[in-house]
Design a protein around this ligand. Structure first.
Ligand code: UT7
Length: 332
């Protein structure tokens, strides 16, 4: 028997219909389309509006679509991992809610929080269960309702984030396709630059924390930017080097979409032409755990069996990492 790799065998995204454009933001804060686009590459974001809707609704829609398009019986799913920083509740896990909404009655499920690197962390964790031979079908879903933790009077953060997510199915592959290598990092000393101050056990919610707007994203943008540029570029170059990949061997870079300038720095370091880089930040902004699956979903019809992909991310924590995989199927 050959080595078992975990291969992505299907992908489905989900974004809410409502749009928040740069022009809309001009009416909310002192900013303008030119500044936002030139500093970040973002034009618009999708925002989940409506009572009673949460991260699990976007995640469940993505999972439902994934099961339909891959002809998979929900009862055959062994495990679902939900990567999110905007869970429906502090507990139980959003993964449990998603599994209930979709009818994954035989799966266990849990949430994974690694901020913007959550999806690749979860992919790395989920792939282990396939590689050992323990499971045959694992779903990894990354989704965030960032609008639920954004202060729309803070121009330094509200321009960046959007809502959305996507799900992939992982199955065994013994023909050499699928996830070949991964490198993951964390450095908790970076927490001071990007975090949510209150609502956790350190500072539970109170009238004071609400009044002080401490339940929103706090970010020191410039510092995060510097760490993101160097670490995302370094880890992407490192995974190429340790797998003897030259730039011409890489078909696609699938980068976390936080800022177009961070993506450009990473692709330059890898020696990649921009035509090989998946970029959709202009339409979605930074959807945190949703960015990488949303890229794969949008590019699915261009991906061919055997294509070499590098997935790469950086996020709060700090967390960062890269995954090298060989795409396992041709467009339908
Ligand atoms: O996804 C996980 C990790 N997160 C990231 O990777 C985000 C990393 N950081 C960034 O992407 C960038 O730092 C930002 C997009 C957040 C900010 O861009 P920047 O080029 O670093 O701008 P800056 O913070 O240095 O601000 C430059 C100027 C400041 O004015 P002064 O002090 O030069 O007069 C800001 O007050 O731009 C001002 N500014 C704005 N102006 C118009 C900040 N936000 C805005 C705004 N519109 N929305």
């Amino acid at each position: 028997m050959g080595k078992i790799n975990a291969a992505i065998t299907g992908i489905q995204g989900n974004v809410p219909n409502d749009l928040l454009t740069n022009k809309d933001l001009e009416k909310l804060v002192d900013t303008n389309d030119e500044w936002i686009f030139s500093r970040t590459g973002i034009k618009e974001r999708h925002i989940q509006k409506g009572e009673g809707l949460a991260t699990s609704d976007m995640a469940a829609e993505a999972v439902k679509g994934l099961l339909e398009k891959t002809n998979t019986d929900p009862l055959d799913i062994d495990l679902l991992i939900c990567a999110t920083v905007t869970p429906d509740f502090v507990f139980p896990a959003t993964g449990n809610v998603v599994s209930d909404k979709v009818g994954l009655k035989n799966a266990w499920s849990f949430d994974l929080n690694a901020a913007c690197s959550g999806f690749i962390y979860a992919l790395s964790v989920g792939s282990q269960f396939i590689e050992t031979g323990k499971y045959k079908k694992v779903i990894v879903v990354g989704a965030d309702k960032m609008s639920s933790i954004i202060d729309y009077t803070d121009r330094t953060t509200c321009i960046i984030f959007g809502d959305g997510g996507g799900a992939v199915l992982l199955e065994p592959n013994e023909e050499g396709y699928g996830i070949i290598d991964s490198i993951m990092h964390a450095d908790g000393s970076g927490r001071e630059y990007l975090h949510q101050k209150a609502g956790g056990s350190l500072k539970p919610a109170s009238h004071e924390t609400v009044d002080a707007k401490e339940h929103f994203v706090y970010q020191e943008g410039k510092s995060v930017f510097k760490f993101a540029v160097s670490n995302m570029a370094d880890v992407s170059a490192k995974i190429m080097e340790q797998n003897n990949l030259k730039s011409e061997d890489v078909d696609w870079l699938v980068p976390h979409q936080a800022n177009l300038r961070i993506i450009d720095a990473t692709s330059r370091r890898m020696g990649l032409d921009s035509s090989k880089v998946m970029i959709n930040i202009q339409n979605y902004g930074n959807t945190t755990n949703g960015t990488i699956p949303l890229c794969l979903w949008e590019w699915e019809n261009k991906l061919k069996k055997g294509d070499t992909l590098i997935l790469s991310a950086f996020g709060g924590g700090f967390t960062w990492g890269a995954i090298y995989l060989k795409w396992a199927y041709d467009p339908s």
